[in-house]
Design a protein around this ligand. Structure first.
Ligand SMILES: [Zn+2]
Length: 452
């Protein structure tokens, strides 16, 4: 039954994509999605006298809905106009905000945001300068539907850029970490995807844009421009991303030394709630739930899918309490004798894990909805693991011994961050991997059949 349900849906999706999803041009945009563009514009007008109309025409051609701009002049001796204001006017009377990173030649220099939407609030987060570098800023603009932050991190010192990323994490996380509103951070981060700078940002954000080379604009060689999404309670779906180079109305090599990067997202207005079939799966199970195994193709589909969060309403529901109680019963049943279990293992692609706390007196089990690994510390150590979904096998898996895990407290509905060490940290990593469709065999040094 499941396969029949999946394939027609996929065909509809593919037909929709092939049709260009309702928008013309070289970079089709799915109808109803929001297209965010990150563009380090290199202080406009360096190659030609006034590049603002050309760049605005390119952004219209791209069907941009919200734009983050870096390296903007404002009323200084190099450019006497407020560049983001003039750009927003060219876009057809858009709203705009400028955040000053530093004084520059009798005026200012910084980053900005241009949006057609109403601006509800604007915040400038000052970022300290690295040794010998320039001070930086993050321009945070809230609109009714989303928040867009624009930044441009230090380019000389990775250490300075990491510190700037940390300040952005703290400032934006404090404001919007518990919000259901989507928050995007767009910027020239000046460092590649495998850098410490991106590792710092990934503690609170997910890189959503395609990681393709964006600099220099004439034959790009490095990937340093990104659009990220804050890991909060927002419901978004990425439906496209790219680094466009072909425009009818402009030349990317003249417009800036960077290429623009775009991200298309669908914003879901209301949180997902437990579906009728999910509720009936929980209700139909005895206290002991059936455990999905990799030997069954339909079970494998569930085990390999990424799971989604519970809404606050779900966490207050009778069904969630029922599910948690049954998962706890199942993992502790002598037939399983487990130390942890994740919801996909009992047939639900929902983010909840049960973990035995060997780090607490009495070694009790705990229930952790909307669980995520925030930070991983130190060296990995290999240890033996088994899995209820891969019966008869075991493996040696390298895992971090020291982690920070975050989850929603099922009672208070507050987001909790907790440091966990040792074997309990290993169990958390194994179980949270299940929520992302990852099995220990994907990470194992070796696996073997258990003979006993
Ligand atoms: Zn497992």
């Amino acid at each position: 039954m499941k396969r029949i349900a999946i394939f027609p849906f996929l065909l509809v999706c593919l037909a929709f994509l092939a049709a260009g999803c309702g928008s013309d041009g070289a970079y089709p945009k799915k109808k109803g999605s929001l297209r965010i563009v990150q563009y380090n514009i290199g202080a406009f007008s360096k190659e030609i006298e006034n590049s603002i109309p050309m760049v605005a025409a390119m952004m219209k051609e791209l069907h941009a809905d919200a734009i983050s701009l870096n390296e903007l002049d404002s009323c200084n001796a190099r450019h006497t106009n407020n560049q983001v204001a003039d750009f927003a006017a060219e876009m057809g009377g858009w709203n705009h905000r400028f955040s000053r990173a530093m004084p520059y030649r009798e005026g200012a220099y910084g980053v900005g945001v241009a949006v057609p939407d109403e601006v509800l609030s604007h915040l400038t987060v000052a970022l300290p300068k690295g040794s010998g570098s320039e001070p930086r800023a993050c321009c945070v603009v809230e609109t009714p539907r989303y928040v867009l932050a624009s930044t441009h991190l230090d380019f000389r010192s990775e250490e300075a850029a990491v510190l700037q990323a940390k300040i952005i994490n703290d400032a934006v996380g404090t404001l919007y970490g518990n919000s259901e509103k989507p928050v995007f951070l767009a910027g020239d981060m000046n460092f590649p995807p495998d850098s410490k700078v991106l590792a710092e940002l990934r503690k609170d954000w997910t890189v959503l844009s395609v990681q393709e080379n964006s600099y220099p604009s004439d034959g790009a060689k490095t990937c340093i421009d990104y659009i990220l999404g804050l890991n909060n309670k927002a419901r978004i779906k990425v439906v496209g991303s790219g680094v466009p180079v072909d425009f009818e109305d402009g030349d990317v090599a003249i417009a800036s030394d960077h290429l623009p990067v775009y991200l298309d997202v669908e914003i879901r207005k209301t949180p997902f709630h437990l579906s009728r079939s999910e509720k009936s799966l929980v209700a139909a199970s005895d206290s002991l739930m059936a455990v999905m195994t990799v030997s069954d193709p339909e079970d494998s589909l569930i085990l390999r899918r990424k799971s989604i969060d519970f809404s606050d309403k779900d966490l207050r529901s009778k069904e969630f309490k029922d599910l948690a109680a049954k998962m706890l019963f199942t993992v502790q049943d002598p037939s399983q004798d487990g130390v942890g279990i994740a919801a996909p293992q009992v047939g639900l692609n929902r983010r909840v894990v049960c973990v035995q706390r060997f780090d607490r007196p009495g070694e009790p089990f705990g229930v952790y909805p909307n669980a995520r690994l925030d930070s991983l510390f130190g060296e990995k150590v290999s240890g033996r693991e088994g899995c209820l979904s891969i019966p008869g096998w075991a493996g040696s898996v390298p895992r971090y011994q020291n982690i920070i895990v975050s989850y929603t407290d099922p009672k208070t509905l507050e987001r909790v961050k907790e440091r966990v060490e040792g074997f309990t940290a290993v169990i958390f990593q194994h179980e949270i991997d299940h929520l992302d469709g990852i099995l220990y065999t994907d990470r194992a040094d070796s696996i073997w059949v258990e003979t006993r």
